[in-house]
Design a protein around this ligand. Sequence first.
Ligand SMILES: [Zn+2]
Ligand SMILES: [Zn+2]
Ligand SMILES: [Zn+2]
Ligand SMILES: [Zn+2]
Ligand SMILES: [Zn+2]
Ligand SMILES: [Zn+2]
Length: 184
Amino acid sequence: MEEAQELLHCSACLTRIDGRAMKAGDKYWHDEHFLCSVCGIRLKDTKVYLKNQELFCENDYKKFVPRCASCSGFILKDCIRAMNQTFHPEHFHCFSCQTPFKDGEGFHEFKNSPYCKNCYIERACEKCHGCCRPITDTAMKAMNNSWHGACFRCKECGVSFEGKKNFYSVEGEAVCGECIGTIE
Ligand SMILES: [Zn+2]
Ligand SMILES: [Zn+2]
Ligand SMILES: [Zn+2]
Ligand SMILES: [Zn+2]
Ligand SMILES: [Zn+2]
Ligand SMILES: [Zn+2]
């Protein structure tokens, strides 16, 4: 019975390997045929990468394998492309709270970073001068500030100016027409 080693064949020259066999993936090579398929460097003592049955040194491998913008590791399986960058799926998460984006869940881009909906709203939306919460729909501009329509009210009677009503600025605060007569 032959020894298992004698059955090994070199993936490069296809002849039997009698001496030392180099292994990558489930393939074997002669020591002297264990070379980078691009630059020909011997891979014996360096990192070896295998793709489509071809051997690569790290330098050549990284030319066509995307790297994760988050951990800078090679992306060998699933790759997420977003914002002209590539990510491991598990490393594509909200820039602020680190929550990974689930499948099919959209992300929101702000200043070239991905954010979950909540963090995006927190960062990118204008804050209401009345209640200090983000304004996710149309902001109302008045008195050099932004407001939720419902938060912009008469300081005296609390009526909302949303829509139509005129207001008057009294010491930097909005007052409605009815109330203006009562203030002197
Ligand atoms: Zn060989
Ligand atoms: Zn190479
Ligand atoms: Zn990564
Ligand atoms: Zn977040
Ligand atoms: Zn508000
Ligand atoms: Zn009023």
